[in-house]
Design a protein around this ligand. Structure first.
Ligand code: DX5
Ligand code: ZN
Length: 214
């Protein structure tokens, strides 16, 4: 089944609680939380205190996407704040294994992510340890960018690795996805679709969620 993970980066932060309620009522499964540090990516967003604040009022699976340098430093903080899945970028640390182990020691699901120009082959060495692989379909850093079609090859390559592993691993895609192009990423093998602007910018969120899942 296709799962939808709306990115709160595109929501109205002045009304965070009601914005999250809207997507929860629309039947999404995950909530995508983009954490940026101004170093790994040029933008700064939010930290563990925001995650623990929204945790109190939501039962969604918190899908925390860490776009930060040396993420191992903050894994425990995000786990304690209420993350369910913690995804780190393979480009952000010298010791991806150690970061995965740390996430697992916190009893959370571990994800790894690759940027559009990172060779998907790097994922292979971690495939027996991760619960989720995130293929970025834009350069990480900002919401509202255009989908990069070349990333479909990364998704296909990772889908093949997951199939070969026979493990249950989410294949998530993130960036520039809307009901118009969602079929492309689904055909390539993705089963978790992140959508920020397409969901929070919609005048009919339940319908958009349905269209993304269809
Ligand atoms: C980009 C973030 C994405 C972004 C998606 O760095 O990781 O999650 O918020 O937003 P849209 O769907 O608007 O591209
Ligand atoms: Zn993201």
């Amino acid at each position: 089944m296709i799962k939808i993970s709306p990115s709160i980066l595109a929501c109205d932060f002045a009304n965070l609680q009601s914005e999250i309620k809207k997507v929860e009522d629309a039947g999404v499964q995950y909530l995508h939380i983009d954490v940026m540090d101004g170093i790994f990516v040029p933008n700064i967003t939010l930290g563990p205190c925001v995650v623990s604040a929204i945790r109190k009022n939501s039962n969604l699976v918190f899908d925390v996407h860490l776009m930060i340098t040396d993420p191992i430093r903050y894994i425990e903080d995000f786990a304690k704040a209420g993350a369910d899945i913690i995804t780190i970028h393979v480009e952000s640390t010298f010791d991806v294994n150690k970061a995965i182990e740390k996430i697992k020691a916190c009893e959370k699901k571990a994800g790894i992510s690759i940027k559009p120009n990172t060779k998907p082959e790097i994922v292979k060495q971690y495939i027996d340890k991760v619960d989720l692989v995130l293929c970025m379909t834009v350069e990480p850093g900002f919401g509202g960018q255009s989908f990069i079609p070349e990333t479909l090859e990364n998704i296909k390559a990772v889908a093949e690795m997951i199939k070969e592993s026979s493990r249950e691993i989410d294949l998530e895609v993130d960036g520039g996805i809307s009901p118009k192009n969602a079929h492309l990423v689904k055909e390539a093998g993705a089963n978790v679709i992140v959508a920020g602007s397409a969901v929070f910018g919609s005048s009919d969120i339940p319908q958009t969620v349905k269209d993304l899942m269809a």
